[in-house]
Design a protein around this ligand. Sequence first.
Ligand code: SF4
Length: 203
Amino acid sequence: MSHLEDISLKVEQFYTALDKDLTTFQTQAKYSCIAGCSKCCTSPNIEASILELLPYAFYLYKNNSAEIVYDRLLLNNSPICNLYQPLQTTKQKGGCSSYTHRALICRLFGFSFTRNKTGESTLLTCTTIKDTYPKISESLNIQAKKGLSVPLATNYYNQLTDIDYNLSKQQFPINEAMRLAIEMILNHYHYSEPFGEDIKNAS
Ligand code: SF4
C-alpha cells in the first residue's frame, strides 16, 4: 500500500468513527435533519481540504471515473458542490450523490459545536433545525455551556491534521478541493503504474 492510499484509508476510518459519534449524539439529543431538506448542500460557501476528499478521489479512480469527473470540474464554474444533485422527481429528493464520501463540514454541520471567543460551546447548525427544534437547540446550548460533553468541530479538524498536516492545512472551495484531490490521485497512479491497474482491478 502506498503512503497516499494509507492516508486515505485513515481518513475513511476517521469518518466511520466520527459518523458513529454524531449518530450517538443525534439519538441522545433527539433531533435530526428534516427529511429531504439538503438546503445546506446548496450553499456557495462550502470549503474542504484536499485530505477530506481523498477517499472520494480514490473511489472515482477505482471506478474508472476520475478523469471524467476531473474534466467536468475543470469546466464547472459553479460554486455549488459538484456532488449535489437537485430534486430529480417528486418522489426522489435531491441531495448528496456520494454521501459516503462527503467532506468533513457536511458531516459536522447541524450536529457539532464550535467554541466562541469566551470558550463557550455553541451548536453549529442551520435555521431550519433551530426553527424546527427551538427547545432542543436552546437546551443543548445551555447544557453545553454547563459542561455537557458535546462533539466539538475543532476536535475533529485536529484529528484530520494528525493524519496529514500538509493535506489538511488549507481549505479550498469544495469543488476546488475535489479537483485537487483527484489530480493528486491521477498523478500518483500515473507515476506508479502498473500498480494503478491492480487497484482498479481489485475493486
Ligand atoms: S443541516 Fe439543516 S439545511 Fe442541512 S440538510 Fe439538515 S436540516 Fe437541511
